[in-house]
Write a protein that binds this ligand. Structure first.
Ligand code: R5P
Length: 322
């Protein structure tokens, strides 16, 4: 256990992955982002130096797992190492999207468990606490020996959908693994739940085999934790329409949008696809179809609660998250 120096003050730093979200959070907190110098050596190795003293401060380092995911993780590890050696007080990582989370168990022999590996790397590098949004599966919290504040964008996304006509609507989980998450979303909207039985014949290939629940003549909202290639979503949209759904919407917290996902989803038959800004969307996209909601205020409120040693779960009792 580290011996924490104390000179209590809040400092917020951003990695390179999502600077616009970090700026929003800093604005909500009414503080300046801390100054970090970052360079690359000729061979691609990363150099980091914090340009101000962090001694004894409660530091919050924001870094999400977005493309280039491996570089962003390595940059965060180097930031942690530098800040630990600079005698920071509590070192909090704010990771809106926790990557490598889908490999959370061995499905076959000789596979890694990367969700655990990343947890180990962060802790060895110096992290004292993780603030994270909508983990792929909440049991990943147990891979850490430090506190994990697991927050969710579900109330923000649900609030957005409450503005629509939901009188004949059903929430759909695109796979059995996502039922708990979709069920929380459906309860917040007071809607019934249907489940798609998805199989994965290969990595990044999705096939839906059955539907559990009633979708005929209803509007449907597919709810997932993340959209990567968009394959799961497009398959789910088409299956629901083929089974008599009238309009299909979709929502997910993390817009990974790799490969041709933006084009695929922009041209899909979905009415609207709603995501959070845990990952920046770096290319042009069809803004009539894809809507990005900010969790900046939620992250700022969470950071403030952590800093003040107050309950984070209290944040999810009201409706003032947006
Ligand atoms: C799967 O377990 C996840 O919750 C997502 O449904 C999936 O990873 C999405 O991936 P893609 O968009 O590539 O189908």
């Amino acid at each position: 256990m580290r011996d924490y120096p104390t000179n209590k003050r809040m400092m917020l730093f951003s990695g390179s992955s999502n600077p616009s979200l970090a700026l929003k959070v800093a604005e909500y907190l009414n503080i300046e982002l801390g100054q970090v110098e970052r360079k690359r050596f000729k061979n691609g190795e990363i150099y980091i130096r914090f340009n101000e003293s962090v001694r004894g401060a409660d530091v919050f380092i924001m870094q999400t797992c977005s493309d280039p995911v491996n570089d962003n993780i390595m940059e965060l590890l180097i930031m942690l190492d530098a800040i630990k050696r600079a005698s920071a007080g509590m070192i909090n990582v704010v990771m809106p999207h926790y990557g490598y989370a889908r490999q959370d168990k061995k499905s076959e022999g000789r596979e890694p468990i990367t969700a655990k590996l990343l947890a180990d790397l962060l802790q060895v590098a110096g992290m004292d606490r993780l603030i994270v949004a909508d983990l792929h599966i909440s049991t990943i919290q147990g891979f850490f020996d430090v506190p994990v504040d697991h927050i969710t964008a579900i109330p923000i996304i649900a609030k957005y959908f409450k503005e629509k006509d939901l009188s004949n609507c059903v929430v759909v989980s695109p796979d059995v693994g996502g039922v708990k998450r979709a069920s929380i979303f459906s309860k917040q909207l007071e809607l019934p739940l249907a489940i798609l039985d998805k199989r994965r014949p290969a990595h990044n290939v999705a096939e839906v085999e059955h539907i559990v629940g009633d979708v005929e003549d209803k509007d449907a909202i597919i709810f997932d934790d993340l959209i990567d290639t968009g394959g799961t979503l497009v398959e789910a949209i088409n299956i629901l329409l083929n089974h008599g759904a009238k309009k299909v919407y979709a929502a997910a917290t993390h817009p990974i949008f790799s490969g041709q996902a933006l084009e695929l989803l922009g041209n899909s038959k979905a009415e609207e696809i709603v995501v959070a800004d845990t990952i920046p969307i770096k290319r042009d996209y069809n803004k009539n179809k894809i809507k990005q909601l900010s969790i900046g205020n939620l992250l700022a409120k969470t950071i403030k609660k952590v800093y003040d040693c107050k309950s984070v779960s209290d944040l999810f009792k009201g409706e003032d998250l947006v």
